[in-house]
Design a protein around this ligand. Structure first.
Ligand code: 13P
Ligand code: SF4
Length: 311
């Protein structure tokens, strides 16, 4: 790429020429979020992908998100600036191992987090995201046993909120797993006036210290609607701070300390997408996400159920 090229201007020009919609998750670089037509959490992005009228979808997020867009809107080409942008939750729940594990639980209702591969989705009765998991699990008849995957922390939180026991697949997100209750306690002692907010992918001991728990969108909405708090300690990927800081210029945002010794936690998968790759993706029409049609049809069933139940 010619270093003198104005990438932002080129991307906007190509986006118009190709009638593309750019969807971005809150964990993307700020410059990608600012270029997107729509920024959202996993649920809002799935809903936006399902109903877009654009000719093609460029997904600034990770593989399972782009795959979800393709499942829900199969006639549109879906591009992901870097096809290797995976997710530790999805990658550590291989479909063949999961299928064997499931055999131990016949008669169970199979609920899976949207952070899973299409092959795992195809084995599910219902897909949930962190913003609707509690409400949707609550809608399952009380006498119906449930297995829940692949995030054990989200699963545990849903169990607490709904008062139901579920069989949990032992998966975790490598980004949220890094938040640590002891380090958080020390940070809270240094900022006694701060409101602590956390994503439910964090472990139970961290969540126990939070004043509010929710999906990325729920966390952003909480910050927007609580002007009485002037300082927030944020237990999730640092990308979300971009929209929080825009919405609340009067407030201070402090990253909860990850174990890595870094100041803030970043998702290495999400960060594989860059301005350069977004430009090349729009210019060349690749990498494009392709799916086996049989798998797409099977994985669409529990995803559509999620959209219907959350409408
Ligand atoms: P939400 O945006 O649905 O809160 O999910 C967070 C996440 O980790 C996405 O991979
Ligand atoms: Fe997956 Fe965690 Fe990254 Fe989200 S933050 S994409 S759950 S690895």
């Amino acid at each position: 790429i010619d270093p003198s090229l104005d990438l932002v201007a080129e991307i906007l020009k190509l986006k118009k020429e190709k009638n593309a919609v750019i969807l971005a998750h809150y964990y993307q670089d700020s410059e990608l979020q600012d270029l997107a037509d729509f920024v959202g959490d996993s649920l809002a992005l799935a809903q936006a992908a399902a109903k877009t009228q654009a000719d093609c979808i460029v997904f600034c997020g990770v593989h399972f998100m782009a795959e979800t867009a393709k499942i829900l809107n199969p006639t549109k080409p879906v591009y992901l600036p870097d096809l290797d942008a995976g997710c530790s939750l999805a990658d550590r729940c291989p479909a063949d191992v999961y299928a064997e594990w499931l055999k131990q639980y016949p008669g169970h209702y199979v609920v899976n987090y949207i952070n899973s591969s299409a092959a795992v989705k195809a084995m599910s009765d219902l897909i949930v995201t962190s913003s609707n998991a509690v409400a949707l699990v609550d809608m399952i008849p009380k006498d119906q046993p449930i297995v829940f995957g692949p995030d054990r922390h989200l699963g545990k939180w849903v169990e607490k909120q709904t008062g139901r026991e579920m069989v949990l697949w032992p998966g975790f997100c490598i980004v949220h797993e890094q938040f640590n209750a002891r380090r958080l306690a020390a940070l809270m002692a240094a900022h006694p006036d701060a409101c602590v907010i956390a994503h439910p992918e964090c472990e139970e001991a961290v969540l126990a210290k939070a004043h509010f728990i929710g999906s990325t969108l729920a966390l952003l909405n909480y910050v927007k609607t609580h002007p009485e708090h002037k300082k927030f300690v944020v237990n999730t990927e640092v990308g979300i701070l971009h929209q929080m800081e825009k919405a609340r210029p009067d407030a201070e945002f402090v990253c909860a300390p990850p174990n890595s010794g870094c100041t803030c936690a970043t998702c290495p998968y999400m960060r594989l997408n860059t301005l350069e790759k977004l430009y090349l993706c729009l210019k060349d029409g690749q990498p494009e996400l392709h799916m086996d049609e049989d798998l797409r049809v099977k994985s669409e069933v529990p995803l559509r159920r999620m959209l219907e139940w959350s409408a």
